[in-house]
Design a protein around this ligand. Sequence first.
Ligand code: AVJ
Length: 332
Amino acid sequence: LPNIMHLLEPRNSREHVEAFAAAVRAGLSREPKTLPFEYFYDDEGSRLFEAICKLPEYYVTRTEDAILRRHAPDMVKCLRRADGPLGEPTLVELGSGSAVKTRRLLAAALKRCGRLDYVPIDVSASALEESAGQLARKFPGLGITGYVADYRRGLERIMATAAGPRLIVFLGSSLGNYTMEGASDLLSMIGGLMGESDRLLLGTDMAKDAPLLEAAYDDSMGVTAAFNLNLLHRMNRELAADFRPDGFRHRAVYRPDRGRVEMHLVSLRDQSVQIPAARIAVRFREGETIHTESSHKYTLGMLAELRGAAGFVEESAWTDHRGWFRLQLWRR
Ligand code: AVJ
């Protein structure tokens, strides 16, 4: 049975509500207004994100999965069958979500090593519990320890215990949510915890034509809009805010100059909102936006810059035939 470790305060604890309230107070008191993307992923948000991954416009998941399907055996070659007291080979996953694509890697690694420890880290307890349960049933020979944690706390704990060699996987272009500076800090943190035999497998979505990108982040069924607007519902639920979600509209825009797609919530009128748990009232002008997410779309130059800044060396890389998505294997 999967073992689940909780390193985060429970969602309804005072600490958790206060951290969310502080982030909201900081983001909405600023000009331009922002909210941290981490707060998309409550249970409802994680569910909506899984629905996004299946949308016809959202090519990201499908494209990455096709690369994994084809090259997974090559990607796990750094893992070896345990032949001593050193412990099992370990696959660590950052932001696993439902872990559907990870199955390609797990199947290939199990075939190669016989036994494997799988250690997913995710902030959503529900997503983690559900996917860990499914994987345990599907893959005998897989030991699973899930961490409900942020990346840093989860990784620090795991890297101090698991013996290695360890393959850390960070899929889906989740890195894209970070600014270039934030991404380089996160990669440096990961690299700092890696030993010589460890590897990082990083998935990144690449720059492409604006219409393709804007459709992927503003789908015709309105699932991405619901995902974005869920932030308002979440503030209403958890912070007793009185946002009227019909007073805001979803907007996605590709900014090639900034190397990213931005998602915003646009206020449809002049309005003010009370957020009691954050002890603020916020005024919005008509047309004013909350910047809720950036998804960076990388060029090879941007990737080389990140790799250099974080002190990694590239061992291999794989892409699809259109060059839309790239998976790269890095070592220290
Ligand atoms: C989970 C960060 C990879 O940016 O494409 C999908 C999140 N936001 N649609 C992305 C997301 C809107 C997704 N990542």
